[in-house]
Design a protein. Structure first.
Lengths: 528, 110
């Protein structure tokens, strides 16, 4: 206040009377001087309440008057040097000068406070930016952010609630000044809860008065609360993710529109943090799942036998393409000594893990039963015995075709439980269907029966495929159909089996183009 | 894809619109089991609006048929299109269900 003092000193020099300005701030019990002409300017013993009143103080040696304005400020004149008296004209001269000065200085002070507040807010935004940049977990980020906001707006009780879609509740991820045990989850449709209302309406509110804060929010206490929705803004609009609650302000002042604006801005940042953390965790989870699936796919493919197993007696080509990374289709080949070669194709209903498990079980069980059974019917009966419990508990079933090709004796014996596409293609192009005699394993207790057909060594083809191939859809949603597959095979029947399979998949690729396959595709062709 | 359920006389008739596949089979199953729970015994599933049934859809039909039989009830099917009819024949599923050409004939057969 050096400028003020310069004026007061000039006044003393001109009038030989002391002058001082006294002010009292809220937390002081008595006024203090904010400018004096000299140390001889004593503190008056009277400070009039009325503005404009000229009060006499210190036995008439001083005159004190209160200045116009919200703040209590007084101009005190006197005492004067001996031989000098205070002239009312001098008072009249000095009063407006000091009053003007005080007004200006008050404005400057307000501006400075405003600036300091803005500075704090900007600082807060910077801090939050940093927090979001470096913290990994959502809990860390929200707790730190909540501490920072509470510091800035002076809230003693605060929380961040996040919406859980599974339970449709708002659940606290961070809290300050409230024991965690007292913050209970709030159903979004809670009719009383302020947080639930703010979440539903997506509009911030300032609650004044204790009566409105009841129920699940009563732990916030003290009748003042600022509740702001946490929004995640998308190009298509906004989506609420949770709520920030601030209550029990340290200064006892009310929350202002400015506070609301600040917290809304920060809530957007929190929204981004929540969304980011969700995306990160779901992408990590997805990555893990993909890795596991690809591992399961590799395992499943390794279970399928090499077609070399039955060479040179039989020439076999097999191809399995799962619709998902793990599927329910499979084939199996066995050397049976005297009886020739065993060939199996199967399709477990459904896809994914459970189907893959049953497929693996069927693969291993059939390997044992094929060696110990007298013919295909007994083999499938034994296989059902091994799978029955698993099929019953999972409500799955399995269509299986199993044939024993005895080329030297010119005979193919087979049993078919619900497998739709099994054929012998003769060297003249004739196609013979090897029909199912009973429904898929797991659907009934009917024992499979076996049939046999003639087999011409070295020229007949055993053709097995799953409905994934005949049901494959093109862009117009038309099925490929069994006939189209058989036609291609019959046309290329003289080629090595590998080439025939290639022809079928080329034709299939031309049909489905870029349509995603929805079922596993399996084709096995054998010549023996 | 949806299922509508209505009662015709003593028979609960379910219309399957679209497909019966892995994605919606549980919904069909639950709806039918709810009716079974209420004490209904006679069920007819009408496939005249159905284009495709995948293997897990077939699985649900078999499992429903078993559950209904266990309660002393009966499940019948009607209006399979040519593709579905072939599918049932090729997989021998036609031996597990009583299948009628039309809804009327199916209703009469109970």
């Amino acid at each position: 206040m050096r400028e003020l003092e310069a004026v007061l000193i000039a006044f003393r020099e001109g009038t030989h009377c002391e002058a001082a300005v006294w002010a009292q701030s809220e937390n002081q019990t008595k006024p203090t001087s904010i400018g004096r002409s000299s140390s001889a300017a004593e503190m008056p013993d009277v400070f009039p309440e009325e503005v404009g009143e000229l009060a006499s103080a210190r036995d008439g040696s001083m005159t004190v008057t209160r200045l116009l304005g919200q703040r209590p400020v007084w101009l005190a004149l006197g005492p004067c040097e001996p031989e000098h008296r205070l002239d009312p004209r001098h008072v009249k001269l000095l009063l407006p000068v000091v009053a003007q000065f005080m007004r200006s200085s008050l404005e400057v002070e307000h501006a400075a406070m405003e600036l300091a507040e803005r500075y704090e807010e900007i600082n807060l935004l910077y801090t939050i930016g940093e927090i979001l940049g470096r913290t990994v977990t959502l809990e860390d980020a929200t707790t730190t952010i909540l501490t920072e906001i509470s510091e800035t707006v002076g809230a003693r009780h605060a929380s961040i609630l996040v919406h859980e879609p599974e339970t449709n509740e708002l659940r606290a991820v961070a809290a300050l000044g409230i024991p965690a045990s007292e913050i209970r989850p709030i159903p979004v449709d809670d009719p009383i809860s302020v947080s639930a209302r703010v979440f539903r309406t997506q509009h911030p509110v300032i609650i004044v008065g204790k009566e409105e804060i009841t129920g699940k929010e009563s732990p916030y206490g003290r009748g003042e609360m600022l509740s702001v929705p946490i929004m995640w803004t998308t190009p298509g609009g906004g989506e609420p993710l949770g709520v920030v609650n601030l209550a029990d302000r340290r200064s006892r002042q009310r929350y202002t529109a400015g506070d609301m604006k600040l917290v809304t801005a920060i809530a957007t940042q929190i929204g981004t943090a929540i969304q980011n953390s969700r995306l990160v965790s779901s992408s990590l989870e997805q990555q893990r799942l993909l890795q596991e699936l690809s591992l399961a796919h590799d395992l499943q493919m390794k279970l399928l036998p090499s077609t070399d197993l039955v060479a040179p007696e039989a020439q076999v080509t097999a191809r399995v393409i799962p619709a998902e990374s793990v599927g329910g289709d499979f084939y199996q080949l066995f050397r049976l000594g005297e009886q020739g070669i065993g060939v199996m194709i199967g399709d477990v209903s459904g896809h994914g893990y459970r189907a893959a498990l049953i497929m693996a079980l069927a693969m291993s069980a059939s390997a044992i039963h094929a060696q110990n059974s007298a013919g295909p019917a007994q083999m499938l009966t034994a296989l059902l015995g091994s799978l029955r419990e698993e099929l019953e508990t999972t409500e799955m079933f399995i269509s299986v075709f199993y044939a024993e090709v005895d080329a030297p004796r010119g005979k193919l014996t087979y049993a078919n439980t619900g497998h739709p596409h099994a054929f012998v293609v003769r060297d003249d192009g004739t196609v013979i269907r090897l029909s199912a005699e009973s429904p898929p394993l797991g659907m009934t207790e009917t024992a499979p029966s076996a049939l046999s057909v003639d087999w011409k060594k070295g020229s007949d083809l055993l053709v097995l495929f799953t409905d994934g191939i005949s049901d494959a859809r093109n862009a117009a949603d038309e099925r490929l159909g069994e006939e189209a597959v058989l036609k291609v095979i019959a046309a290329h029947r003289a080629l090595p089996t590998a080439d025939i399979v290639e022809e079928v998949f080329t034709m299939l690729g031309g049909h489905i183009t870029n349509v995603r396959i929805r079922d596993d595709l399996t084709l096995v062709i054998l010549r023996s | 894809m949806s299922f509508s359920i209505k009662k015709q006389g003593e028979v609960v008739v379910v219309d399957v619109e679209g497909q019966l596949i892995v994605g919606n089979r549980q919904e069909l199953k639950q709806k039918v089991l709810d009716e079974l729970e209420k004490g209904e015994k006679k069920f007819l599933i009408d496939f005249s609006q159905t284009g495709y049934i995948d293997s897990s859809g077939l699985g649900v039909l078999v499992s429903l048929s078993k559950k209904i039989r266990e309660q002393g009830g009966e499940l019948r099917l009607a209006n399979l299109n040519d593709d579905l009819q072939t599918l049932f024949e090729l997989t021998k599923l036609d031996t597990l269900f009583q299948i009628s050409d039309t809804r009327e004939r199916a209703l009469e057969s109970f």
